[in-house]
Design a protein around this ligand. Sequence first.
Ligand code: SME
Length: 171
Amino acid sequence: MGRARGLAWRDGAWHIRGMIIDYDRTTKAILSLTEGETDAVALMATVVCELHHADERFDWTGFYRVTGPEMLKVGPYQGGHGCLVIPFSRGVCGAAARSGEVQIVDDVEAFPGHIACAASTRSEIVLPVWNAGGDLIAVLDIDSDRPAAFGRDDAVGLAEILRLVFGRLAD
Ligand code: SME
């Protein structure tokens, strides 16, 4: 949901051209859709669907779940094929999981160890996801085919959604 500027055909569906996410509206929609749900994968699937279709900058939107020591495996996503396994030692996702800090990469080619799932990716944002106990359960990865697509507003808006949705999950 956001500002409409005409329609564009992409990924087999019509999208609103130039649409930039309205974080307040999208947060409310996600909270309403996920009310009472406690299954992490069901929550992740709903969050990526709502985010991916809310913003034209988002080409790949998905979660990598913490499935073992220092290990991420792909979770629900929208977009082209995503690689299945990412160790904490690799990529932008690994950096977010290791540091527990949001990673905003304006130019993926300048990021050492970036994992290219799609050659079209130019920039990305990755945020850590914690449950109620403060355990890292996943990272949220959003990729764009535009350089420097992401900024502080995205980090703040996305972090709030993740806190509200996953911060209530028990261990
Ligand atoms: N770009 C990520 C890898 C995941 S995909 O792009 C879907 C990274 O370097 O962590």
